[in-house]
Design a protein around this ligand. Sequence first.
Ligand code: NAP
Length: 307
Amino acid sequence: MSEMFSKVAILGVGLIGSSMAHAMRRGGLAGHIAGYARRAETLERARAVGFADSLHGDASACVKDAELVVLATPVGTFASLAEEIAPFLKQGAILTDVGSVKGAVIRDVGPFVPEGVHFIPAHPIAGTEQSGPEAGFPELFDGRWCILTPPPGANSEAVEKLKSFWQALGSQVEVMEARRHDLVLAITSHVPHLIAYNIVGTADDLETVTENEVIKFSAGGFRDFTRIAASDPTMWRDVFLNNRDAVLEILGRFEEDLSILKRAIRWSDGEALFKFFTRTRAIRRGIIDAGQDTAAPNFGRTPKKDQ
Ligand code: NAP
């Protein structure tokens, strides 16, 4: 592949930012990759991994002359970062982000975008529960979706260029309205994370009663929730604070469905439970058929001797 941007600035060199840098290097997509982090310690760790051509503790220095600027810090920091870098953005540059919510990002960043800079929000639907500059790897976006949510009137050439960029990083790209993105992600990602955080919290409270049995017998299903509940607390706090309406709407539906299941259990309605579980099993099959997960038993884990 060939160079798409002479300079790309990545503000936030954690899991997503560093994975983008690795994937850009793999494809030779950028002449120069500049990274920014708030803390000197993070910059040092990023330098040790070595995925950027320059590293900066000053966001405005990082974006100088960049043709593509990516906000890749927690969503709650975007507004102040955008305000800080706005006067230093190059005319004709594309300003994008990787935030897990989109309506709030358009609301918070939009007002700071200077005339002549193209603001195209994006969200790669790819990640792990790891964070920090060492967590990134070049294949993170391969075969995964990236959703672009250009605001009304966005420059179509810039949208196409960002689309090609994400494809070159390995992704499949879909363009969607921000409101729709937030609702879809509330059900596919945000509420599942809340449920995982909640069940792990409940088990932790119970732990004093059960004395370690929760951990000992975790392979019964609980363990898979703990993986999600180990995700970065700052990132997820910001997701819930910034996608409140969609999350509350989906939680309302979730509570209704939970009541139906509770009722079926209370009344020993085996047929209702069986029908429900059969329907949900088909969804798992659909995800595997779409290449978004492995069909290997136990998510492809190799069995340990003690199981
Ligand atoms: P991460 O690994 O925790 O990295 C966050 C980066 O932002 C670090 O460089 C960190 O460096 C910097 N940062 C943290 N707090 C900051 C602050 N207050 N001001 C300025 N910089 C700050 O996070 P990530 O998983 O890459 O997530 C980054 C973004 O990607 C988030 O907006 C998230 O919603 C989105 N996203 C995440 C996933 C996922 O699965 N993780 C998937 C898709 C999209 P310092 O600590 O030195 O500041």
